[in-house]
Design a protein around this ligand. Structure first.
Ligand SMILES: [Zn+2]
Length: 364
């Protein structure tokens, strides 16, 4: 049993738009998801969970375990096996082998804005606010309503334009007091403004993009279907927590898979039965039924076999695939591995290339 909390800082590489209603083929839901209290845009944890699961499943070589699970007509579904690190980590719905659902062991919180980029006369700046810093755990700061604090060396001017808004300097900001993992080049350009002003500046500096509705049948642009929508701009820093609550403590790392394989090969009938029962392949009442036992054994062996892959006429554990290089064999490692691919493949949104890419810049 283990409990871990990983706090990640992400940076948007592209504009990111996650609509409140999700994404449908050929059209986009125009309203961006916002936090109810602050009205600040965010990336919902559910959207991150889906993207991270999908990339992790592809890296591990089990695309079947990538998506949403069972379809409404009962087809498809995750494998749902105790031998599958993807289903173990993210949970599963349906599948050929298990007619059940399980919630998994990880929770991804919403990704919230930490530092928001604004262009000014003195170059790019990143604005933030006292509550934003405090929620992240970067220390406590104060600033007067309508005023701003920035590092001494940023500019000798007493005023700064933040997009359309001019703010007056209240005092210097001592960035060494801020417990932030960002590079010095970014830290030296942080401007602290009040929570209220922060919401205002963020919402009036979102990227507005124009797109075209596509006809889902023909893929052609629909006439008069030009529309605009808002996105979180590139170079925004956000943070989220990945909580791993591994209550079962049975994560199928390579070592455990080998142990299970050994148990099935050994002559110890009791150990074998105990394993098959814990995997729900054998009912306690069927324990002395030779045929049922044999069937269960065969399925268990197939499960383990399918955690292997065939490469150059050689069988090897999926964990050994080149795509899994350097991935820590824990649920936390699986999440980090999925998140890593989001820097190239994005986290949904428009479903087009070059949109929604986010890069993990730090773990704190
Ligand atoms: Zn699976």
């Amino acid at each position: 049993m283990s409990y871990e909390n990983h706090r990640y800082v992400l940076m948007t590489v592209d504009p990111v738009h996650i609509g409140t209603g999700g994404m449908r083929l050929g059209r986009v839901d125009l309203s961006i998801v916002r936090e109810p209290g602050t009205n600040l845009p965010k990336i919902p944890g559910t959207a991150l969970h889906g993207a991270v699961r999908s990339y992790a499943a592809h890296r591990y070589g089990k695309p079947r375990c990538a998506g949403l699970g069972q379809t409404r007509d009962g087809r498809g579904g995750h494998c749902g096996r105790p031998t599958c690190p993807i289903c173990y980590t993210f949970g599963y719905v349906g599948g050929e082998d298990t007619a059940q659902a399980h919630s998994g062991v990880v929770t991804l919180t919403d990704a919230r804005i930490l530092l928001f980029p604004v262009y000014s006369m003195v170059g790019p700046l990143w604005v933030t606010s006292p509550s934003t810093l405090e929620d992240f755990g970067a220390g406590s700061q104060t600033v007067d309503e309508g005023k701003a604090k920035w590092p001494k060396d940023l500019t000798s001017q007493q005023h700064l334009n933040l997009g359309w808004l001019m703010v007056e300097k209240e005092a210097n900001l001592n960035v060494s007091n801020l417990n932030l993992p960002q590079k010095q080049a970014v830290r030296d350009r942080i401007v602290l403004i009040s929570d209220k002003l922060f919401t205002h500046v963020v919402n009036s500096n979102l990227e507005v993009r124009t797109s075209v509705s596509l006809n889902p049948e023909t893929g052609a642009a629909e006439e008069g279907a030009l529309f605009t929508y808002e996105a979180i701009p590139r170079a925004t820093f956000l943070w989220l927590d990945v909580i791993v609550d591994d209550h079962r403590g049975e994560f199928p790392n390579e070592e455990r898979l080998k142990q299970w394989e050994q148990t099935l090969e050994d002559d110890d009938a009791d150990a074998k039965k105990a394993l098959l029962k814990s995997w729900r392949l054998l009912k306690p009442s069927d324990e002395s039924d030779e045929q049922k036992l044999e069937e269960a054994l065969q399925r268990a062996e197939r499960w383990l076999r399918e955690e292997k892959t065939q490469e150059q006429e050689q069988e090897k554990w999926r964990w050994k695939m080149s795509t899994m290089n350097g991935v820590e064999q824990t649920s936390g490692g699986i999440v980090a591995a999925g998140l890593e691919w989001a820097k190239d493949l994005g986290i949904g949104g428009m479903g087009t290339r070059g949109f929604g890419r986010v890069r993990k810049v730090a773990e704190v």
